[in-house]
Design a protein around this ligand. Structure first.
Ligand code: WQD
Length: 340
């Protein structure tokens, strides 16, 4: 298939590009580089030894998008572009709704006008809100107790896509609910490169390991979990990328949602310990108060993806820590900023 990959210069997008190319699909990337990096696109080309189109543009730009879609004759779109910081979304909800929802609407209209009816969307386990019963199945109610505009924007886009699939019965849409993506490409050439202070646990731990930060703040140790710290389902980004390929290749008429996780929970302290083993260094940490909006536990039920997509994660948290450490030590300051 010829695939339009939005957000393809970002962390998950770059790994997904590699796996799509490895399966023989062709890939054109659209990214405004607000969070992605042009060097990631160069590395995708080098690692895959394939031609990869790259359009540095904003999806909200209707006429540019029409031009790209007109040139491309795409079979499918994998849509990952969007702002993703929970904290930023609380500070500037208007920007989050405008960008994430607005760009998706512009994209959907453009795809419709160009007859592209295969669509894979990056959603998040955050749509399950404050649901306290892990493992979470896809039947779990969504939209209840979501504590931030980032999560709300994912939930709202899911609703929009449902209506789009109802109105056009030829649409084939897969909604992928990511749990906690971690790890890096095993080449050490691609990985997560957060701008400024990392929002998520693993990149933070990794920056402490390399000496860019002094210690990890562990947000709370009084949760009803085995060691009192928060439990999450950390999924290796390469497994996650392969989940996209599986979803794309199995698209059925209508809309269906799938959890992409491992089915296994890991606590904050377990993750810190796994990373310390992977890098052979001590990771200093301090327990501080819980972070507002956090749930005790979030672990996926992975049965549906296994059954329908014939996909399951095969990499462990240990693998993810080893790969992240390789990426972090090869690129201590992330991607070089060499311009586009
Ligand atoms: C994991 C665990 C923290 C940082 C968020 C978004 C979600 C998705 C992924 C993506 C929790 C603890 C964290 C730190 C800590 N968004 N922690 N110290 O909160 O599960 O999910 O990221 O784009 O929508 O909500 O992930 O990595 O922030 O936290 O103790 O410095 O680590 O309390 O238990 P989270 P996370």
């Amino acid at each position: 298939m010829r695939v339009l990959l939005t957000g393809g210069a970002g962390y998950i997008g770059s790994h997904t590009a590699i796996e799509l190319l490895a399966r023989g699909h062709s890939v054109d990337i659209v990214d405004n580089l607000s969070n992605g990096n042009a060097e990631a696109v160069r590395r995708i080309r080098r690692l895959s030894d394939r031609t990869v189109g790259f359009y540095q543009m904003d999806l909200n730009d209707e006429s540019e998008l029409a031009r790209v879609l007109g040139e491309g004759e795409f079979d499918a779109c994998v849509h990952m572009a969007g702002h993703k910081s929970v904290a930023e979304s609380v500070a500037d909800p208007i920007e989050y709704y405008r960008n994430n929802i607005g760009s998706t609407l512009t994209l959907m209209r453009g795809l419709q006008e160009h007859g592209v009816r295969k669509f894979v969307f990056s959603s998040s386990a955050t749509v399950y809100g404050d649901a306290s019963k892990s493992p979470l199945t896809e039947e779990n109610p969504t939209g209840v107790g979501i504590t931030n505009p980032y999560g709300q924007s994912k939930f709202m886009i899911e609703q929009i896509l449902r209506d789009v699939a109802r109105a056009d019965t030829e649409m084939r849409i897969a909604v992928l609910r990511y749990f906690n993506p971690v790890g890096a490409h095993e080449s050490g050439e691609l990985g997560e490169d957060p701008r400024g202070m990392p929002n998520n646990l693993l990149p933070y731990v990794s920056q402490v390991a390399i000496g860019r930060r002094d210690y990890v703040s562990v947000f709370g140790s009084g949760y009803p979990t085995p060691d009192g710290t928060g439990v999450r389902d950390y999924i290796h980004v390469v497994d996650l990328a392969m989940g996209h390929v599986a979803a794309l290749e199995q698209l059925a008429p209508g809309l269906d949602s799938f959890n992409l996780g491992t089915g296994t929970g890991t606590s904050v302290l377990e993750l810190i310990d796994a990373f310390a083993h992977a890098c052979g260094r001590e990771i200093p940490y301090r327990v501080v108060g819980p972070r507002t909006g956090d749930v005790a536990e979030s672990v996926a039920s992975v049965d549906k993806a296994r059954r329908i997509l014939q996909w399951a994660a095969s990499r462990t948290v240990k693998d993810a820590c080893i790969d992240s450490w390789r990426w972090q030590s090869n690129n201590p300051n992330g991607f070089p900023s060499t311009g586009s």
